[in-house]
Write a protein that binds this ligand. Sequence first.
Ligand SMILES: *Cc1c(COP(=O)(O)O)cnc(C)c1O
Length: 429
Amino acid sequence: MINFHSIDKEFDKKHIWHPYTSMLNPLPSYGVTHTNENKIYLDTGEELIDGMASWWSAIHGYNHPRLVSAIQSQASTMSHIMFGGITHAPAVELCKKLINITPKSLDRVFLADSGSVSVEVAIKMALQYWISKGQTSKTKLMTAQKGYHGDTFAAMSVCDPINSMHSMYQGFLPEHIFVSAPKAKFDEQCTDTELQLLEQAFVKHHHDVAAFIIEPIVQNAGGMNFYSPSYLAKLRQLCNKYDVLLILDEIATGFGRTGKMFACEHANIEPDIMCIGKALTGGTMTLSATLTNQKVAVGLSEGEAGVLMHGPTFMGNPLACAVANASINLLFENNWQAQVERVNLAMSALKRCESLSSVVNVRTLGAIGVVEIDKVVNVAKIQKFFIKKGVWIRPFGKLIYIMPPYVSSSADIRELANAIYDAINEQQY
Ligand SMILES: *Cc1c(COP(=O)(O)O)cnc(C)c1O
């Protein structure tokens, strides 16, 4: 039964860490009692239209009956079993599906438990591949500024150095090679200068570089940068030419969010290694995967390194795999492309914000909408206003952005856009 009693927020504030906030002076946390479709219900009685899909994950909205029943029936059969020396139908079915919907050459799957861990595994695969080939100098990664790949140490070492405070962890973080963030926008072509600079970095560093890692098309937590497919296409060429593996982090962009099933399809390229997570289970449970091709999988196993030394306790968790299977089935049954196009169309309501003097830029791609303003948002203040307006939107930095569940009605998306317009117009940030 739903518990409508108010939640002990004093205890929460004193004892529990929330993401990216201080223990001494935390941002407020709102008490949520339950969710349904694209709605979030607070213990203070408000019903909120969700603009965040719980950080890219709840693509079908909340409490979808098909996802709920997948979890329930799997729970009554087998919630978990170790994956060492054992296999099971939910995992096999999921890996078949993943091989089917991801780029053709990716046919080997490692199941992990969160996005960050899938990035750790991708990095291990790349390093081990070159060790197996006897190329012991290839121990570095190359990446672009403004990236975000997770909060564990290896993942953090390839996040934007300033955003993720590399200087604080000096001595703990390996130092990798950073190139400029992609400049050309999604609907532009890269200039020759931009591509030449990128190639110069390969010329200079490729002897030391195992892999280039980047989020394809949308650099999300590092600035919601929608960049040119021509950048990715060039990156693929350069990786081939200079013997560097390409890791694409599709954790945020995967499962239709950018208007393609995977964002690399905008550039018609295939990575050597790909990370997926977030929407994989439709926002119900934590699960991620690292996929790779035959070249890397066989290459890393052939050499002296042999086995891949990674095996999380909850690897291949049957509950998570079962609900991931149901979520992928739903994507196709719901005709995700039409859903995302409709969300995109409704988000054109954000364009009205362009008339406000403090708005720097409004951009949308697939089911992602971004309003960039001219100063860092006061999150506590703007959220209070948003709650009053009946929406759940959580900005960061100078970015007020939405990536609603694909099932959101056009009217609800216009409500989200109106709330953003009003917040800026009434200077509630
Ligand atoms: C969220 C995210 C991660 C980290 O995933 P977690 O599940 O939070 O560990 C990594 N890369 C990208 C692009 C992400 O958006």
